[in-house]
Design a protein around this ligand. Structure first.
Ligand code: MTE
Ligand code: MO
Length: 361
């Protein structure tokens, strides 16, 4: 284990700030162990003292609240929810192969994980504060300073009030039944199920009800710019600000580059549909999509979690590319290639999962 409690074989993209994902093929459990859960940071971990820490709830509310962890735990009903987090930069490496994306973390397919989060509903805390009618957006501010912004500013995000007051958004102090680890935002973080990970602000210090989305640097940083745009010249608001996650899947087994006997082969993976959508079907192919097998799909525990799947393919001898693509319950399907979705900052690559293997007769 490393100093942040992560297994030794994590793919560490950066040590400071710490950015790491589990190696391909690892995410086989419905709930990801803490030592395997990906970790995405824009600055060094802030020093947090739980005893003196307070959460401030302010802005367009009837009552400003200042709450300690104790008060949060005593005054609101405790909730537990299994939910998948996924970074908008997940699978950027495949976009980079198509066209370079300088200065961004080259995430593989492991910038996603699932935990059982424990805490209180954001909706309950906002109800206590009393949201005013003009409060259309709920902004979150963390405690970590990031040099990505010029001048440096704490990481922040906002979500529409409609999402914030839905029951699924949590203020979490526990992860898989343990105290929330420092690396994941202790003492308290937001968990916005079904939305890009960047909206789930860690080391939370302030919640502000406001009429507009936050002007925090990271709100518009996480947007899809037009392909021809120069990210240093355009305004971030020229992009599409990311919120709900698009339908996505990954192949877990066989291993990338595996040498296997030809014949029946078990192919496994997971699929994830963002927001309150669920995965409706996963198709798997070994012949460039001429024919597809429908995978057996696990039932979702709730709409906020990934769903694992498995299928048996009869693989011919020789080099083969395995392909998987998922559909959600609105019949949205993953796009075929990274070329379709390439964008200058390399977000939201949800193209078909592909994996090369070689079969001997
Ligand atoms: N919150 C703070 N305060 N600082 C950050 O750098 N990174 C965000 C989000 N919340 C971040 C943050 C991003 S981009 C992602 S994908 C998730 O946290 C990652 O959560 P994890 O590190 O617990 O996996
Ligand atoms: Mo992210």
């Amino acid at each position: 284990m490393d100093i942040w409690g992560k297994r030794d074989n994590m793919v560490v993209h950066e040590r400071e700030p710490y950015n790491a994902e589990p190696p391909p093929g690892t995410l086989v459990d419905q709930v990801t162990p803490l030592d395997t859960f990906y970790c995405r940071n824009h600055g060094p971990f802030p020093r947090m003292d739980t005893a003196s820490w307070r959460l401030r709830v302010d802005g367009l509310v009837d009552r400003t609240l200042v709450l300690s962890i104790d008060e949060l735990q005593r005054r609101f009903p405790e909730r537990e929810l299994v939910a998948t987090l996924q970074c908008a930069g997940n699978r950027r490496a495949d976009l980079i192969e198509f066209r370079d994306i300088p200065g961004q973390v080259p995430w593989g397919p492991g910038a996603t994980s699932t935990a059982s989060w424990g805490g209180v509903r954001l909706a309950d805390v906002l109800a206590e504060a009393g949201l005013q009618p003009e409060a259309s957006h709920i902004a979150f501010t963390g405690s970590d300073m990031s040099q990505d912004a010029d001048p440096p500013q704490p990481f922040g995000a906002s979500i529409p009030a409609a999402k914030a007051t839905s029951g699924e958004v949590l203020l979490a102090w526990a992860m898989n039944g343990q105290t929330l680890p420092t690396a994941h935002g202790a003492p308290l973080r937001v968990v916005v199920p079904g939305w890009i990970g960047a909206r789930s602000v860690k080391w939370l210090q302030r919640i502000t009800a406001q009429a507009e989305p936050t002007d925090n640097y990271f709100q518009t940083e996480y947007s899809v710019l037009p392909p021809e745009a120069d990210p240093h010249k355009v305004e971030p608001r020229d992009g599409i600000t990311l919120g709900p996650i698009a339908i996505h899947c990954a192949i877990l087994q066989p291993d990338k580059g595996a040498h296997l006997p030809s014949g029946p082969t078990e192919v496994t993976g997971f699929a994830f549909a963002g927001d309150d959508r669920t995965v409706a079907r996963v198709d798997v192919s070994h012949d460039c999509g001429s024919t597809w097998i429908h995978a057996h799909l696990d039932k979702p525990e709730n709409p906020w979690t990934w769903q694992h799947w498995h299928a048996t393919l009869i693989l011919p001898a020789g080099a083969t590319e395995l392909i998987a693509r998922a559909w959600d319950d609105t019949a949205a399907v993953q796009p075929e290639s990274p070329a379709t979705v390439w964008n200058p900052k390399g977000y939201a690559n949800n193209s078909w999962a592909r994996l090369h293997v070689t079969c001997h007769p």
